[in-house]
Design a protein around this ligand. Structure first.
Ligand code: HSE
Length: 280
């Protein structure tokens, strides 16, 4: 039996919501899994017998000890802050379960994927879709106004989440915390109502984005260029180096042009739909 599943890319943090908020994007990782005698992974340009410690094997083993033949077809850029590992883990866990005739409840899938990821934000978006907050291990689904579109600037250079987390501050000031809470509330309300004046209050981030700035200077330049070109909000996408902008349909072209100019041929600009569905 072939177990097939797909899960979307995602942009975590969205500025103020560090390790809490994420938005699912319609760039999918598709996984087909079949019970086999030995492990084998088929992926464009990387067919291989996988190592035991590879993410895809660890994800499959979260549901079965049986070796699997796994085919991966992913449109999610890797190492760019777009939740490629959460999309791969989610699709693999769901596909492996289906390969052995099992269908996991979403809550169960979410618990397994966030355990493998180590933080729940991208996992929640990959499993549930849309805009979602993770609160104490539970997903809280949030509304997005239909007038809002997304533009993502994706630099060519990769940045690993491990490196980006290694520079995080050990503690934050009360002032920093108050700012993050206020901006998070403004972001969630602005996304719900599509209100530019409220979304504007969510701009800026002085905890993780400041700490990470020197790891990818182009990310800050993408954010500034997007805001100058008319975006309502722009932020590091997850651990970077991509930057995500929230825009009205009328500003999509100007924001794309501005980000393209910043990237100067070293990267690409994407305009993914928000993925209403998570894993399917
Ligand atoms: N919230 C995480 C971080 C997302 O910023 O480190 C990366 O996967």
């Amino acid at each position: 039996m072939i177990g097939r599943a797909s899960a979307p890319a995602s942009s975590a943090n969205l500025g103020p919501g560090f390790d809490v908020l994420a938005l699912a994007l319609e760039l999918r990782c598709v996984v087909n899994a079949t019970v086999a005698d030995d492990w084998f992974v088929t992926e464009p340009g990387r067919d291989r017998v996988p190592r035991d410690d590879e993410l895809v094997v660890r994800a499959a083993r979260a549901v079965t000890d049986s070796p699997l033949n796994i085919e991966i077809d992913s449109a999610v850029p890797i190492g760019r802050g777009l939740g490629s590992s959460a999309a791969l883990t989610t699709a693999t866990v769901a596909a492996a379960a289906r390969a052995i005739g099992d269908e996991l409840e979403l809550a169960d899938l979410f618990a397994r994927v966030s355990g493998l990821e180590g933080h729940a934000d991208n996992a929640a978006a990959a499993v549930y879709g849309g805009l979602v907050a993770s609160a104490d291990g539970r997903p809280v689904r949030l509304r997005v106004h239909p007038s809002l579109s997304i533009v993502v600037g994706v630099p060519e250079a990769k940045l690993s989440t491990g490196t980006a987390r290694s520079v995080l501050p050990e503690s934050v000031s009360v002032e920093g915390l108050v700012g993050a809470v206020a901006r998070t509330v403004a972001f969630v309300a602005g996304m719900r109502d599509g209100d530019p004046s409220v979304l504007r209050l969510a701009r800026g981030e002085d905890i993780h984005e400041v700490a990470r700035a020197s790891l990818s200077p182009v990310t800050g330049r993408l954010i500034e260029a997007a805001i100058d070109a008319g975006a309502h909000h722009a932020a590091w996408s997850g651990a970077g180096p991509s930057a995500l902008a929230v825009v009205d349909e009328t500003a999509v072209e100007a924001v794309c042009d501005a980000m393209t100019e910043v990237l100067d041929g070293e990267g690409e600009v994407l305009t993914p739909e928000i993925a209403a569905d998570g894993v399917v």
